[in-house]
Design a protein around this ligand. Structure first.
Ligand code: ZN
Length: 431
């Protein structure tokens, strides 16, 4: 009981101030969301459980010690299909889905893929603090996006709420929240003689503070205990000095500093990793060694992960690219996806430039795009293709959008005298 005499006592008041100062009284700083916010979030979760592959064998998780964050390296549609139904590999191997508990779309919408009580097959070969096979003891959350692209503020808000709720359910602190690349490890390979970190780069761009997370590990417990060898890049990202964080700006493009290993981790030689050479040649990871050699991948080669479909859609044929299953505006245009000079031709017939796009994942499959262009310049009676494009009217990189919605390069048009009025011409923006 608090009496007025106690309140008058100086030492009592000092104790109260000290408690407030230390955060022992008042709102728990770890709980950033109100009850109403959490309830609203939970009610809005899309129930995707009926789509789970019936072949996925559900087993109950005995303990829940960790929450593991992933980036899906795909757009929303393909992510939902792969985590629910499974992955198909070119060699015929397939998995039975159940690859996460939750998916968070770029707009923050959250999907429940399977009930959180079951084991999800999401962490693969993994180790943390001496324990292995973390799928058995963790919840998996997939953020739609790439490990080399920014996570949206809507995603941070949703994952913050979701983690908050899960931490309460399982009694977990912020140290229990880790990323997949933090916990994955690989067996010896051409770069490491021993078991090592770096098998995955998944979610290395996840900024904990933006999800409202505090205290974290200052070192890798398995590297410290010499169970594993560190990966230099990941060590810098996770345990480097605060402002020394690297790894956020690197794209999926090969350079002297950005190797296949740094982009793809252990998937570097996988049949689902595709290398697009600057000269247009395409190789899957399992072809590189024989066909080219690992030291001879040319700079500016683009690396695409999780490519299970046909290679045809990645073929470089002229300046027009197409969004397809597993191929997003981000994987085609990178940071230029929202530039004014990236022009999108939607299947509906609408034309938008990048400044009209809110996110790269908002564009439907079969949307075509050209990068680094200005226009449209309509062909009119008094304004021929030659008047618009000059001597370059027949060039490969002069693009024509016909009233029939066909997109053609200048060199693909046989008879310019028959070019219809209303055809739109697009010219390289640097011209
Ligand atoms: Zn992952």
């Amino acid at each position: 009981m608090i009496t007025s005499r106690m309140i008058q006592s100086k030492s009592f008041m000092l104790a109260i101030w000290l408690c407030l100062f230390l955060g022992l009284i008042g709102p728990d700083p770890a709980v950033a969301f109100s009850l109403a916010e959490r309830q609203r979030f939970q009610q809005a979760i899309v129930d995707y459980r009926p789509r789970l592959n019936p072949k996925y064998k559900k087993t109950k998780r005995k303990r829940t010690q960790y929450i593991i964050v992933h980036t899906s390296e795909l757009g929303l549609k393909t992510t939902l299909r792969v985590v629910s139904k499974g992955k198909n590999f070119r060699n015929g191997r397939r998995t039975h889905g159940g690859h996460t508990h939750y998916v968070i779309a770029r707009n923050g919408r959250t999907y429940r893929i399977m009930d959180k009580q079951w084991v999800a097959d999401h962490a693969g070969r993994s180790m943390w603090d001496g324990q292995t096979d973390l799928s058995r003891i963790s919840i998996g959350i997939e953020l739609v996006g790439y490990h080399y692209a920014p996570i949206t503020s809507e995603q941070y808000r949703s994952i913050g709420l979701l983690i908050d709720i899960l931490q309460q359910v399982y009694g977990l602190d912020d140290r229990a929240v880790l990323t997949h690349s933090q916990v994955a490890y690989g067996l010896p390979n051409r770069w490491h003689k021993r078991n090592h970190r770096g098998r995955k780069r998944c979610a290395k761009n996840f900024v904990r503070a933006k999800a409202g997370l505090g205290t974290t590990w200052r070192h890798d417990p398995d590297v410290r205990a010499k169970r594993l060898v560190a990966d230099a890049q990941l060590a810098k990202v996770y345990y480097g000095r605060r402002f020394g964080r690297r790894g956020l700006d690197e794209a999926n493009i090969i350079s002297k500093r950005n190797t296949a290993w740094l982009i793809a981790g252990e998937d570097f030689d996988s049949s689902t990793t595709v290398y697009q050479f600057p000269d247009g040649r395409l190789f899957t990871g399992d072809q590189i060694n024989k066909a080219v050699g690992w030291h001879r991948i040319p700079p500016k080669t683009v690396v695409q992960l999780n490519q299970t479909g046909s290679l045809d859609k990645l073929k470089k044929d002229g300046p027009v690219k197409t969004i397809a299953d597993g191929i997003t505006a981000w994987s085609l245009a990178g940071r230029s996806y929202n530039h004014r000079t990236t022009i999108y031709f939607l299947p509906s017939g609408r034309i938008k430039n990048g400044s009209m796009i809110s996110d790269w994942d908002d564009l439907p499959i079969k949307t075509r795009l050209i990068i680094g262009y200005k226009g449209p310049f309509p062909v009119r009676k008094d304004r021929s293709a030659y008047r618009i494009a000059g001597a370059k009217y027949k060039a490969t990189n002069t693009v024509y959008y016909l009233p029939s919605k066909q997109l053609l390069s200048g060199n693909q048009i046989e008879d310019f005298s028959r070019l219809q009025i209303g055809t739109l011409v697009f010219l390289p923006a640097t011209l």
